[in-house]
Design a protein around this ligand. Structure first.
Ligand code: HEM
Length: 228
């Protein structure tokens, strides 16, 4: 019996370097990590001021007085840094029709059936939710923070208003920490994502799997050299 043949004589497996796709420039990564560091420092100094049982955290900032003094200034750094990040990324975080389909098929997202999901641009709805969640919460935090920043804005609002402001400030701080935890968890859970913010690159496979429209656009813009 004749042997079955599936391949041509010229077919061969060629191993080339995997395709890497650049997702963030160095400047954007630096901007992101300054934002992240300031939020972590704000959380630590904020918790230190929040409840006496957490007062020991002031030790990280050189005592109670310096913690109280430095907390709002770190807030200013966060706002300035987030504004720069926001301006760079806002146009890729606008809601699109495919986001609704993605949300409806969220079960497929969690179970890893991405083949059943629509092709997406640079961000999915989850990432957009993080982006806008952080935007609104940072806005509320800075506005209420200024209202209770007695050193420079002491007479700005009445004492009853200041009481409401501090309550809203604390609730928003808890909410932004939840958003932050979801963000870090999603970045770790979606394998291959962290390198986007460390080296700046993701693999071609990651881009194809999670953000195919974005990859198609990049591929259309340039000649892809897999061996590069
Ligand atoms: C240490 C904790 C953090 C880690 C490990 C982390 C990790 C990452 C990673 C891997 C990405 C790239 C995701 C992608 O391109 O698909 C990213 C994007 C981003 N991160 Fe973080 N991040 C952290 C903290 C923060 C904080 C505190 C903020 C804001 C207050 C933040 C805001 C953003 C924004 C706005 C993006 C762009 C995504 C978008 O625009 O939708 N990150 N982060």
């Amino acid at each position: 019996m004749a042997r079955r043949v599936y391949s041509e004589p010229g077919d061969r497996i060629v191993s080339t370097a995997p395709v890497a796709v650049n997702r963030y420039r160095g400047w954007t990564r630096l901007n992101h990590w300054i934002t992240a560091a300031s939020l972590i420092l704000l959380a630590l100094s904020g918790f230190a001021l929040f409840h006496p049982s957490l007062y020991w955290l002031t030790g990280l900032f050189g005592g109670g007085q310096t913690t109280r003094w430095i907390h709002p200034f770190i807030g200013i750094v966060l706002v300035a840094s987030f504004v720069l990040l926001f301006l760079q990324l806002v146009k890729y975080n606008i809601m699109r029709r495919e986001d609704l389909v993605w949300a409806r098929r969220f079960r497929d997202v969690v179970s890893g059936h991405e083949d059943r999901l629509p092709e997406l641009g640079k961000y999915n709805l989850g990432q957009k939710f993080i982006f806008w969640g952080m935007f609104w919460l940072i806005l509320v935090l800075i506005v209420t923070g200024i209202m209770v920043w007695e050193q420079y804005f002491g007479g700005l609002v009445t004492i009853p208003t200041r009481r409401v402001a501090i309550l809203v400030h604390s609730i928003s701080a808890v909410l932004i920490l939840l958003v932050f935890i979801i963000h870090v968890f999603a970045a770790i859970w979606t394998r291959g994502t962290l390198s986007a913010m460390t080296t700046g690159n993701v693999s071609g496979g990651w881009a194809w799997r999670h953000h195919r429209k974005w990859l198609r656009e990049l591929a259309g813009r340039q000649k892809v050299d897999p061996a590069e």
